[in-house]
Ligand binder design. Structure first.
Ligand SMILES: Nc1ncnc2c1ncn2[C@@H]1O[C@H](COP(=O)(O)OP(=O)(O)OP(=O)(O)O)[C@@H](O)[C@H]1O
Ligand SMILES: [Mg+2]
Length: 401
């Protein structure tokens, strides 16, 4: 003990400011290098086998449809191989699977919020994979980042610290400067996904919303995002909202705006315990808010998906059983395994759908995508149910009129 030098408390805010500026600078340099050479992400391309699989037909049928002129023919590349761009691929899927698409005259888009107030449980990875996976099934997606960390924004190729202005986030909705989210929407590198970005400035919402609640008569802070989405719900088939790791004012808004909730939950004891607190706090907050206003909220689905599952870990098997006892049928049978492919995709600021077989072996990539594909299939079915419900309401209103 006597050899330990005394620690003098001399790190002040000025020094922390220098550390912070330096850290932001390094992060920005790393991100820019990752997104090089043109500092922009590029969407994947698809070969005929991948395209046929996405269309749910075999390769000979695909070639027949292309020959007949019903589908784009792609571009001839090296070795006589054809490749289809992401936009062409989505066009093919939309043509072949037209019966799976939303009828915009009957149903608005479905909104899904990915939430869990524990950090690092793979909310953002799941939200991004869902956005990309659903767009590859032909749906038009609006991705909304409500986490000031801006990871969802980064995965869409936009740098939160340097490339996002206040107007491109949900902050104007929170402050009352805008009543619709429409003006915050930007295109992304990925055909079929538009983005409402996030940046650290979004932290201000946590002060603005409670202050408006105190001063504005009839203001309902929890409905700001829900109401802000009204104008664009008809334009998108699905809206995916990524949330911060907290039950913040913004997270409550994101949950209230949702038709369905996806909660990623790794099978480990601490994550499991905190998931229980999340639901009890959320229902407590809603009860006290809604009781006084006669307001109500119903979700069409709440699905718990086991994420980052390490099958070799014995403890996770036990915790998985607790999770199933606690959440019953809300726990999906689909599990997202922990894979180095998913981890390395995120190290390059992407998801498993950003990678192509030039960087990862086709077989390994298929294995890594398999669970995400199953999750996307499941969520596609759930949003189909949300659309069907809206259509039923519209039809019965028309019948009554
Ligand atoms: N299936 C997976 N296999 C391996 N690593 C994964 C997998 N899914 C996510 N990860 C890694 O786990 C880390 C946390 O993931 P992610 O950022 O999606 O979590 P999060 O819940 O959004 O975190 P935060 O609470 O900070 O917003 C990331 O480094 C990501 O690469
Ligand atoms: Mg996140």
């Amino acid at each position: 003990m006597t050899n330990i030098p005394p620690l003098v408390p001399e790190i002040g805010f000025n020094e922390l400011k220098v550390v912070s500026a330096n850290a932001l600078d390094v992060i920005s340099q790393v991100r820019s290098a990752m997104l090089a050479p043109e500092a922009r992400k590029r969407p994947p391309t698809f070969n005929s086998a991948q395209l046929a699989e996405l269309c749910g037909i075999d390769k000979s049928r695909l070639h027949y449809l292309v020959k007949k002129g019903g589908l784009p023919g792609g571009t001839q590349g090296s070795g006589n191989r054809r490749a289809w761009t992401l936009a062409e691929t989505r066009q093919c899927v939309r043509t072949v699977k037209a019966d799976r698409l939303r009828d915009p005259t009957l149903s608005p888009g479905a909104t899904i919020t990915v939430a869990n107030f524990k950090g690092g449980v793979s909310k953002t990875t799941t939200a991004a994979a869902l956005a990309q996976g659903l767009s590859l099934r032909g749906h038009k997606v609006l991705a909304i980042d409500t986490d000031p960390q801006g990871s969802f924004t980064t995965l869409h190729g936009v740098l939160p610290d340097t490339e996002v202005s206040e107007e491109q986030t949900i902050l104007p909705l929170c402050s009352g400067d805008a009543t619709s989210i429409k003006s915050a929407i930007q295109k992304t590198y990925w055909d079929g996904i538009d983005l409402v970005a996030a940046a650290p400035l979004l932290f201000n919402a946590e002060f603005i919303l409670p202050s408006r609640q105190k001063t504005e008569k009839n203001f309902a802070f929890w409905r700001v995002l829900d109401e802000g989405l009204t104008e664009v719900r008809d334009e998108y088939d699905v809206i995916i909202i990524d949330t911060p790791p907290a039950l913040s004012y913004i997270t409550i808004n994101s949950l209230i705006a949702a038709d369905g909730v996806i909660m990623p939950l790794p099978p480990n004891a601490l994550d499991f315990a905190s998931s229980g607190q999340f639901w009890s706090l959320f229902t407590e907050v809603c009860n006290s808010l809604f009781e006084s206003r006669g307001d109500a909220k119903n979700f069409s689905f709440v699905d718990v998906v086991l994420s980052r599952v390490d099958r070799a870990d014995v403890v996770s098997t036990a915790v998985r059983e607790w999770i199933v006892s606690a959440y019953g049928s809300k726990v999906l049978s689909i599990e997202i395994p922990k894979t180095s492919v998913a981890a390395s995709a995120s190290a390059e600021f992407g998801t498993v759908y950003d990678l192509d077989s030039s960087t990862v072996q086709a077989k390994t990539l298929k294995r890594a995508r398999d669970a995400y594909d199953q999750l996307v299939d499941h969520v596609e079915m759930q949003i189909g149910g949300v659309w069907a419900h809206s259509a039923q309401v519209v039809r019965s209103m028309m019948a009554d009129a």
